[in-house]
Design a protein around this ligand. Sequence first.
Ligand code: THU
Length: 128
Amino acid sequence: MSRNDELLRAAENIRQNAYAPYSSYKVGAAILADNGKVYCGCNVENAAYPEGVCAEASAISVMVADGGRQIMAIAIAGPKGEQVTPCGGCRQKIREFANAETSITTGDGRDFNLDDLLPVSFGPENLK
Ligand code: THU
C-alpha cells in the first residue's frame, strides 16, 4: 500500500469518531509529519455552529501539540466515494506547516499539491 493510501486509511478510521450531529457530514484527516509520525483528527461541531472545528485543523493541532512542525502529506476522508478537498480556511492552515509540493490526498484517492489548491499563497515567509 502506498504512503498516501495508508494515510487515507488512517483518515477513514479517525472519521468514525467525528462529532457532526448538525451537518451529519463526518470528516477525518491524517497527517504524515517530518518526524515520521502520523497525526489524526476529525471534525468537531458545536451547537453554536461557527465554533465547529474541521478535521484538518484538528489534526494540525494534534501534530503541533506533539512537537511536529512540518506536514509532508495529508489525507482527508469524507463520506464514501465523495471527494472532500480542504475548505479555504484549512488550505491556509495547512499552508502554515507545508510547502508548495506537500501532497494532499482526497477521499476519492486523488492527489494534489498544496500549490494546486492554494496557488500564489500568503505564508510565514511574507512576515520575515
Ligand atoms: N469539514 C471538514 O472537517 N473539513 C473540510 O475540509 C470541509 C468541511 C467539516 C466542517 C463541518 O463540520 C462539516 O464538514 C460540514 O461542513
